[in-house]
Design a protein. Sequence first.
Length: 280
Amino acid sequence: MTPENMKKVVDLCNQISNITYENLTKIIRLEQTGSATGARKLDDSDQNDIDSWMGGGTCFSMTWHLYQTLTDMGFKPRLVMGHKRKERNIHCALILPDPDDSFVTPGQPFSANVSPASVPGSVLSSNSYLLDPGYLIFDPLQMPLPQPFGTGEAFFPLSPNCVRLVRPTLESMELWTGGAGAPMKLRFEYPVEGVSVEEFKHHWNESFYREMMTYPVLNRLDREKGVQYYYQKGNLVVRNATGSQMKRIEPADRVQTLSDIFKLSPSIIEQALQILEKKH
């Protein structure tokens, strides 16, 4: 990828790197509309206006924003779904092929001289990047090629969580993360060929009814300090390069504490918590 194009991609990633992953606005939108389709269309990211977001979004919101923006910039990103053990399509990300690179098709021998016009079926770039903002990865990660075409894996010493991409075959890739001496854990497996916009939005709709929508989930990365803040079910985890600490946030302190840490409006937090309390 040319330095000019890479700068465009990095600048875009930096632009959204201060956004909080949160399901609170998602909970509010579902309550307001009564349907996943209505809630998804109410999502500001569906209109591609990041400045009017209510403060954050889930992997679908952030991935969709990147997809639209990169497409408008002339790139050809692919929407990909992430699987975890027996759970299918519970995460999403983007694969960004290098528009000036060579290509390889699954089932065919790799050749640096293969062009996209000369091979049938689904064509995959041999030099592509993973963009996974929903997992707080705001760096374009160059994907390895599987053996014997490449090393089969690539390591990225990000902070506070390092990342390893493992490519067992041309058709699949695994995301592993770890940090502070902890063992690397398999997070997601991505079929790299990707899905259509229609299928992506179908899985986005389904995500409104998953178990994680029954409690607040907030996740934010302070890239400058290398600190991650994660809140779920009343517990706040703070992770940095030396390890993790967890503490319980008392109900009386939740709204203000979460607002301060995750940069969200107290009214949004309070509204979402009230909706969840009514359902329990």
